[in-house]
Design a protein around this ligand. Sequence first.
Ligand code: ATP
Ligand code: MG
Length: 407
Amino acid sequence: MWADAADSGFLDRHQLRGAAFSYAPNINPERAISLTMPYRLASWNTAFGLAPFFEMNLPEGALRERLRLSFAKATGSFDDFDLLGIVGRSQVGRIRYTGQADSLDEDVPFQSVDEILERRRSGSLFRHLLERFARFSGISGVQPKIMLRDEGASAPLSKTHHRASHTHRGATHIVKFWEPNEYPHLAANEFFCLKAAEACGLELPRFRLAEDAAALVIDRFDLREDAAYRGFEDFCVLNARGTGEKYRGSYETSILKRFSQFALSPHVNEDLERLYILIVLNCALRNGDAHLKNFGIIYDNVLGEARLSPVYDLVTTTVYLPEDTLALTLDGNPSWPSRKQLARLGETRLGASPSRVRAILDRVATSIEHTTQELRAYQNDNPGFQEIGNRMLTEWSAGIRHSLLPA
Ligand SMILES: Nc1ncnc2c1ncn2[C@@H]1O[C@H](COP(=O)(O)OP(=O)(O)OP(=O)(O)O)[C@@H](O)[C@H]1O
Ligand SMILES: [Mg+2]
């Protein structure tokens, strides 16, 4: 295993169904692989499956199925350990996995982002990309997606810093697709939810919607200008829970409190407020999928400060699942909260004054309303999005009324 492109230790199957990880002797403690697994002599063992940190970036859903179909034949059986062996060389974050005797080869093939955005290729672009990039996509999540490399397509901000002068070998972008039969217009749905987050003043990587709305292309936020990757850990890991437990927990403890425990940062109060705004926004947008893997922390040094990661994966899920509710609990239950409940959450968990909390809730409402206008304009130009767009507007307006405005 590799941390920051340096050898860090060995992960192997252990006993009947478990796994064991041992650090290489005498490594620099800064090469520790996870905040939850500091450097030590004794190995880190699990009796069943992989520890949450190793499981963190394993594909779920369509991508996992695709990899299983392509590789199960070769390996005979197929479990999480096999999957890690396939996608381990190209993962979200700073950790890479190779065979014990192998050197680190992170190279990901080039694929033009513009080609995806402008839809210049005919036929099933997604099938083509999935075929080519699935094994370079050490990224979690149920929605169909891949990671690819196009260092020229990164945010303009970085170009002024001559980003291109650094050699990028690994993936630079994430491309998310949608299944028309399952979640129509999911990419546009996510695009406008992310727009709302931007309007709230939250931090986001650059994200772009393809001209035909078939895909959402997102810059990796864990990629630094010097082409190294930053540490990333999601809240499943911070709560010592496996991917199967991503819907278990509360916003109070498993998100807000847990963040302050791991932040080790002079910016912890500022970040807690951003985290609170994100939780509030999720409620108002009626995103019932804000589970433990949809929040994360990011850091340059595993022993140093960790910041709240930029925002990702916001969707108005009630457009597809009208009965959907919160992914985690608030006040002990999964119902969409009222403004009063959200205000209390802010006052008790941030220690913010009632007027500060009121100002935040009002600002989120205004930001969503502002985004509503952009969504309407897009609908006018893209009649195919009319119906889903209208459903989103209805959900947002209900969300604002119930969760953000005074009763
Ligand atoms: N811009 C980004 N840069 C780096 N990593 C990211 C970025 N966006 C998302 N990730 C990582 O990729 C994972 C999957 O992305 P995302 O949550 O958008 O997918 P999803 O399939 O919609 O997820 P879900 O299963 O929650 O619906 C995230 O949990 C996070 O670990
Ligand atoms: Mg997600």
